[in-house]
Design a binder for this molecule. Structure first.
Ligand code: ATP
Ligand code: MG
Length: 429
């Protein structure tokens, strides 16, 4: 197939074999967020480029080299969203729903776009579930976000495979003082820093802490620590968060080098990481951004949020064999009809059954075929039972009810009794 008729590198089809697991994951998260009182918001996928530059920061990996930016037909510069927070902040400001200190607990789901080198767990179109909370400034809400994710890992069977890393970046004032101390320290070692770090030292020095270069990392061992520069308020906030995590029994490690790639964070930052996915180990990341709303033209409004990468979590569920058994079966009952008259009867019978059992997953054979080939399809579908309707059954107004998974012998069931019978053996059984 010619290249222009293939999917774009790093942008994946999610095939029917994979979607049950995606829907299981998404459904589990959505239910959990509902239960905690979070409400869904849906933003457009494309925004003005300026929005991302202003919020994420000009000197970040995302804005410098990862955005899909293009001019539309009016000549406006637009960008496929690389993350959700910027658009969410824009939306709440535009609709005035955080005004007057109104609390908003919001979540969103959808595709994000970054021009990165595609590899396992890193794609150019990927999917996030994210959430943002506005107008709550205490550590209790930072804790709630983390407690919720901890519950999620519990429900998914992933608790043993993830680790929580925490740090506090302080207020912008204390971070400013720290930045100066770090720049002074690193400037004294500038010749030994890797090239990227030398550049970042001038543009975004905190990002040097993020380096993967071993020599630079060795130098950083003696670098000043953010913790020593924290203002009292940030320190108290961080202690408050830790106390709550301790109270619930959520283990964590303090990682003083955790700075996150985006400019807008303050105070709490956190990442859930795993060693089960190779290099792409962060499955959920976030933090507090008390200055962002104001920076984007709103009134001072505290905010905190996180986003998780769906691909990475789906990969983890697969790698750790945590895919629920029942996902392999998408059909409960498979109805095979033989002959024109029986097919017509099968259609109206199946609609009657659907009226009575709206949750039953009933598939009718389409395109008919021989008895043998229909039976093969029924078996392959994973259904628990096959229903057989041929001329004989039609004459007697019954169906052949055949267990496909070794649950007894075939029997004959009257049409009128079929829904009740199915209710006992499929829906509740
Ligand atoms: P990384 O350090 O892996 O590049 P990030 O700090 O850029 O991650 P965030 O912007 O915090 O990531 O996004 C939150 C989550 O979204 C990540 O923890 C990850 O699970 C997921 N994610 C980010 N970029 C990608 C990508 N290119 N492909 C797949 N998932 C991604
Ligand atoms: Mg990244």
């Amino acid at each position: 197939m010619s290249k222009s008729l293939q999917a774009i590198r790093g942008m994946n089809d999610i095939l029917p074999e994979q979607t049950p697991l995606w829907r299981y994951f998404e459904g589990t998260v959505a239910r959990l967020l509902d239960n905690y009182g979070y409400r869904q918001i849906r933003m457009p996928i494309v925004e003005f480029t300026e929005l991302f530059k202003r919020s994420i920061g000009e000197v970040t990996d995302i804005v410098e080299k990862e955005m899909y930016t293009f001019d539309d037909r009016n000549g406006d510069s637009l960008t496929l969203r690389p993350e959700g927070t910027a658009a969410c902040v824009r939306a709440v400001l535009e609709h005035g729903i955080t005004g007057g200190g109104q609390v908003q607990k919001l979540w969103y789901i959808g595709p994000m776009f970054r021009h990165e080198r595609p590899q396992k767990g890193r794609y150019r179109q990927f999917h996030q579930i994210g959430l943002e909370v506005f107008n709550l400034d205490g550590p209790d809400i930072d804790a709630e976000l983390i407690v919720m994710t901890w519950r999620l890992w519990g429900e998914l069977g992933l608790r043993d495979a993830v680790k929580l890393e925490l740090n506090s970046l302080g207020t912008s004032e204390s971070r400013g003082r720290y930045r100066e101390a770090l720049v002074e320290f690193l400037s004294a070692h500038i010749d030994k820093l890797d090239e990227d770090s030398q550049r970042r030292l001038k543009t975004n020095p905190l990002r040097v802490l993020d380096t993967k270069n071993a020599e630079t990392q060795a130098i950083l061992v003696d670098a000043p620590k953010m913790a020593d520069y924290l203002d009292d308020e940030s320190r108290a906030h961080f202690e408050g968060l830790k106390a709550r995590l301790d109270a619930v029994g959520i283990p964590y490690v303090i990682n003083p080098k955790l700075v996150r790639g985006l400019d807008y964070y303050s105070k709490t930052v956190f990442e859930w990481v795993t060693d089960k996915l190779g290099a792409q180990g962060t499955v959920c990341a976030g933090g507090r951004y008390d200055g962002l709303v104001e920076q984007m033209g709103g009134k001072p409004t505290p905010g905190v949020g996180f986003a998780m990468g769906i691909e990475r979590l789906v990969l983890m569920l697969e790698a750790l064999d945590k895919v629920p058994e029942e996902l392999s079966r998408q059909v409960d009952v498979y109805l095979c009809a033989f002959g024109e008259a029986a097919e017509l009867a099968a259609l109206s019978l199946s609609e009657r059954i659907r009226d009575q059992l709206p949750n039953l997953r009933l598939q009718i054979n389409a395109g008919a075929g021989s008895f043998k080939s229909q039976f093969k399809k029924a078996d392959k579908s994973g259904a628990l039972y096959a229903l057989i309707l041929g001329d004989d059954e039609l004459a007697q107004q019954v169906v052949g009810f055949k267990p496909l998974r070794g649950q007894g012998e075939q029997q004959s069931i009257a049409w009128d009794a079929l829904a009740a019978h199915l209710a006992t053996c499929v829906v509740q059984g």
